[in-house]
Design a protein around this ligand. Structure first.
Ligand code: ADP
Ligand code: MG
Ligand code: MG
Length: 206
């Protein structure tokens, strides 16, 4: 439990530390607010976590994160990440530790939430281009018997490749789609924040 809260606090730190970078990426192909949106959301998450006395399980922590992101972020990323955390929360309901099977289920549920909410598929230059290859790498390592940290490490590497891949494709969802071919050559801000989130969670899967 303490570990789950520490992981969320670390997520907030990393997002806030990357506020300028995420905003710059969004300036090139969107409306220059992704870092600002995510920072607003995670600052609210941090203060809510500090204010809540008792969170009885990991599901409650993740539900609080998801609800807070939805209500504070504004922008497409808020409902998308918010839904992802709420879906992962449902898997973690009543749990105080995360094992590898549960982590896989949470990951799958989170991606399912993003797809239900945003109706995007892989290859449209969104956060899914980091998350879906990461999930595939995770499950591939899992069946080989890798540890949770091992699986997350490979997943993070796949997310990094996914971020690189977003530079090569045209955006067909979200604001960047207004640019059409001019979106080529630019890295997707949401894929980048997804990579940062995975990289941070990897450090906590001890
Ligand atoms: P907005 O575009 O409303 O200003 P943000 O800038 O915070 O919101 O977030 C933009 C990011 O959201 C994009 O870089 C992309 O990764 C992601 N995104 C946008 N639309 C979708 C969608 N339909 N499905 C998945 N991700 C999306
Ligand atoms: Mg934006
Ligand atoms: Mg916006």
């Amino acid at each position: 439990m303490a570990n789950a809260i520490a992981a969320i606090e670390a997520l907030a730190d990393v997002i806030i530390a990357n506020k300028e970078k995420l905003t710059e990426l969004d300036a090139a192909i969107g409306d220059a607010d992704h870092g600002i949106n995510m920072t607003r959301g995670f600052e609210a998450v941090r203060s809510k976590l500090a204010a809540v006395e008792q969170l009885k399980d990991i599901g409650s922590v993740l539900k609080l994160v998801g609800m807070t992101l939805i209500s504070t972020v504004g922008g497409a990323s808020g409902p998308l990440y918010g839904t992802a955390f709420i879906r992962a929360a449902a898997v973690a309901q009543g749990k105080t530790v995360i094992d590898i099977d549960m982590a896989a289920q949470m990951f799958e549920a989170a991606i399912g939430g993003i797809k239900d909410r945003g109706k995007a598929v892989r290859g449209e230059k969104t956060m899914l281009d980091a998350l879906e290859p990461a999930y595939e790498a995770f499950t591939q390592e899992m069946v080989k018997g890798e540890s949770l940290t091992g699986c997350l490490t490979l997943a993070t590497a796949a997310a990094a490749s996914g971020v690189e891949y977003t530079k090569t494709i045209i955006a067909t969802k979200g604001r960047a789609s207004y640019l059409g071919e001019r979106s080529i050559g630019h890295q997707d801000p949401g894929a980048t924040s997804s990579y940062l989130i995975l990289a941070t969670l990897t450090a906590f899967a001890i």
